[in-house]
Design a protein around this ligand. Structure first.
Ligand code: DGJ
Length: 743
């Protein structure tokens, strides 16, 4: 890995074994993009890639060699002089002008990677792991200085980018747009893939050919959202899971975002990603600076599985932090779907006792334990244990639970308040609301104004007191509504455009304080399921509740889609009761467990209500997960068959040494007299002989090359090829195959 700076030609080349990223200071001082893709040899200059041309009808700087920025691939462009595409930066100056002209002012390289103050970001543990290039551009007229940061990591096809804007002028300015990345690519023969959805249906991969013009995903909800994820992929039309060029772009941020692709009519593709410029405006006084969130770009020519694996490794090892970062996750039981708001201490203890018997390790008390919160209409914000439910408080309950040999976890929703609460009655102005306008509620709640430090301090005081006095080893941090009437009573009119971003900075600040004061506590993020499942929160909470939908069939889809960017160790996944509470579907317990294994694993039901036979099955499931969670959560994950394309789905994890693997095969609906089905596996050692054991008992020995090329036979009629068994028919079936290399 290295960064070559060729001063004579003004060329920067970041490269390692996985990729090359080449930029150049253009003759007029702007920073041009020359190449991003598979690794290429270094050279003094790559000027042959420079396509400066003044086409007819374009605007030019005539005295600068007829350079039209419209036809130049750039690194941090702006709209307004000669580029008519969407820019990366827009500065509103005191004279009303929005024109920027950022030209090269210098560069430096450093070992390692600087932290981004107040923001989540990937990091290094040792300086040798990465190199960072900082290129500074300056606008002589308004004094704005923009420093672009590029980090390349050793042995990984990753570039991390961000920008810092500094006002070195004499007048205040307003930043109206400051994207984390802008990347111009020389052609537009791509498909783009987004993760779209809604509540309970998060992160469905949607693949479409790029069309001329703008295509984008975004959130203006104040959180990254169930609807769109701050993540997109660009792939060649022929790219699949196992081959072809793929680029992934992921914003390490949890608030409003824009992830946009603009294919112009000359076949140039511009990818832009960052804080959504709508409803954003940041006043920068002379001497002040603004740091954008980080965007991570992954490049591979080995297909989408390889791209995802790079994200998984990076996010597990160099984004997640703290004591839990590389630890297997505790098997938990959460009382939400077991009781909703209808519980008291004896009921909780009964659930916990049974869970303990079944091998569970952590009991999580969800919503409803505080204030007047007997339903979702009151009490939110009053973080005082409800005496009538919990006579010995959280401290007493946690003591009883830990005495059983379980750890204890607790639910909070720190950012919210019910209008019917003591907190709201005391501080109505602590919510986001616009003067003279009725605020809209959602789930009967309002949003606390986390852009105000005193609000964050107050919530911090209450939560940290509870975490200190009780025996708590896990926190579920929920967030159950989008932001409306985004206005802070504490900011002047010309700073109201800062509220959305300041709000998220407040969230990060509280996370930072709590995670550093309680380093042993495992945090799980949540937002009505997966409404804020993003890379930003992985920095603080190494796992997130993937979705409120706990139906096994839906979860195959949701977890499959989520896996494009996020590792299995980050996906909260539970076995719940049937009929399923979200869609009334009845699926076998085995299938529910076989899906939930591929995540952090837990239960979301009262195990007392299961039959004795099912309880024995649960014991086996818990035992299975304990035995295999290291491999599942930290192995290499491969998507094998998409649930969005057929009646089947399959995925597998392989250990680092390729000696062990687990394959999960799901058949959604039963078929009659169906075709012959084979499932080619991935990631095995072709020369090794593997012992393959189907969970129902059939087994056989096969070479890695057979399993990868001929495939595992999964059709009912031919399953005797691994044994003599014909699988029982029935909808929503699953089979696990355990592979172990023979000596
Ligand atoms: C939404 C979460 O996703 C659920 O798991 C549960 O915690 C409820 N909120 C509680 O209100």
């Amino acid at each position: 890995m290295r960064i070559d700076v060729h001063e004579k030609s003004g060329t920067f080349h970041l490269h390692n074994d996985e990729l090359s990223y080449v930029m150049k200071v253009l003759p007029n001082g702007h920073l041009g993009q020359l190449y991003f893709g598979a690794p290429i040899h270094d050279r003094e200059d790559f000027d042959y890639l420079l396509e400066i041309c003044a086409r007819s009808h374009s605007a030019v700087f005539e005295d600068e060699g007829f350079v039209s920025l419209e036809h130049v691939k750039q690194e941090y462009p702006s709209y307004g002089n000669s580029d008519f595409r969407e820019g990366a930066v827009e500065i509103l100056q005191s004279d009303g002008s929005r024109i920027s002209d950022l030209r090269y002012a210098g560069c430096r390289t450093e070992h390692g990677k600087p932290r981004l103050p107040g923001l989540p970001a990937t990091y290094t543990e040792h300086d040798e792991e990465a190199e960072t290039l900082a290129v500074t551009l300056r606008d002589e007229k308004d004094g704005m200085e923009v420093t672009l940061f590029y980090t390349i990591f050793e042995g990984a096809g990753v570039i991390a980018r961000s920008a810092r804007l500094e006002n070195r002028g004499k007048e205040p300015v307003h930043i109206e747009r400051a994207m984390s990345l802008s990347l111009d690519l020389p052609d537009a023969s791509y498909d783009w893939i987004q993760l779209a959805g809604s509540w309970a249906r998060e992160r469905t991969p949607l693949r479409q050919p790029l069309h001329s013009g703008i295509q984008a995903v975004e959130s203006l909800r104040g959180h990254s959202s169930h609807q769109y994820n701050p993540f997109l992929m660009l792939v060649r039309p022929e790219t699949g899971e196992d081959g072809g060029e793929a680029m992934g772009f992921c914003l390490v941020y949890s608030g409003n975002f824009l992830a946009q692709i603009q294919a112009d009519t000359y076949g140039v593709t511009r990818v832009t990603m960052g804080i959504h410029p709508a409803w954003f405006s940041w006043k920068l006084e002379p001497g002040e600076s603004f740091q954008t969130p980080e965007a991570v770009i992954v490049y591979t020519d080995q297909g989408l599985n390889a791209m995802s694996q790079t994200f998984h490794r990076l996010f597990r090892d160099r984004l997640a932090r703290g004591a839990w970062k590389n630890r297997v996750r505790p098997i938990l039981i959460n009382n939400w779907e077991a009781t909703y708001f209808d519980f008291d201490e004896p009921k909780l203890l009964t659930i916990a006792e049974k869970a303990k018997e079944e091998g569970v390790e952590l009991f999580v008390l969800d919503d409803g334990w505080f204030g007047a919160r007997r339903n979702d209409r009151a009490g939110l914000g009053d973080w005082v244990p409800a005496e009538e439910l919990l006579p010995s408080g959280i401290a007493g309950l946690s003591k009883k639970i830990t005495a059983m040999g379980l750890s204890f976890g607790l639910w909070f929703e720190p950012e919210m308040v019910n209008p019917d609460s003591d907190l709201y009655r005391a501080h109505p102005d602590w919510t986001l609301h616009a003067p003279g306008r009725k605020p809209t509620t959602s789930r009967h709640q309002l949003v606390l104004d986390f852009s105000r430090p005193e609000v964050v301090d107050y919530v911090h005081g209450l939560i940290s007191a509870i975490l200190r006095e009780a025996d708590i080893s896990y926190v579920k941090w929920d967030m159950n509504r989008s932001i409306t009437e985004c206005y802070s009573a504490a900011l002047p009119a010309d700073r109201e455009g800062e509220v959305f971003h300041r709000y998220i900075l407040g969230v990060y600040d509280l996370y930072e304080r709590l995670t550093s004061e309680f380093p042993e506590i495992l945090f799980e993020s949540c937002a009505g399921g997966g409404g804020r499942f993003d890379a930003g929160l992985l920095y603080y909470a190494p796992q997130g509740w993937t979705s409120d939908d706990t139906d096994a069939v839906e979860r195959i889809r949701i977890q499959y889609g989520t896996s494009y960017a996020y590792p299995l160790s980050s996906m909260g996944s539970h076995v719940s009761a049937v009929p399923n509470h979200q869609l009334r579907r009845i699926t076998p317990l085995k299938t529910r467990a076989d899906v939930a294994y591929f995540g952090t694993y837990g239960y979301e039901l009262d195990l007392n209500r299961l039959s004795a036979e099912e309880q024995d099955q649960v014991k086996d499931c818990t035992r299975f997960m304990k035995e295999h969670r290291e491999l599942i959560q930290y192995g290499t994950f491969y998507r094998l068959r998409s649930p969005f394309e057929s009646n089947e789905a399959a995925w597998m994890v392989v250990s680092g040494d390729r000696k062990e693997a687990i394959v999960a095969y799901y058949q959604i609906l039963s078929t009659v007299n169906g075709g012959f089905l084979r499932l080619p596996l991935r990631g095995l050692d072709p020369d090794r002989l593997y012992h393959v054991k189907e969970d129902a008992g059939a087994e056989g020995d096969f070479y890695g090359d057979e399993l990868m090329h001929a495939g595992l036979v999964t059709s009912d009629e031919t399953s005797q090829k691994i044994g003599e068994r014909i699988r029982p028919a029935g909808d929503f079936r699953s089979t696990l195959y355990l592979l172990r290399a023979k000596d």
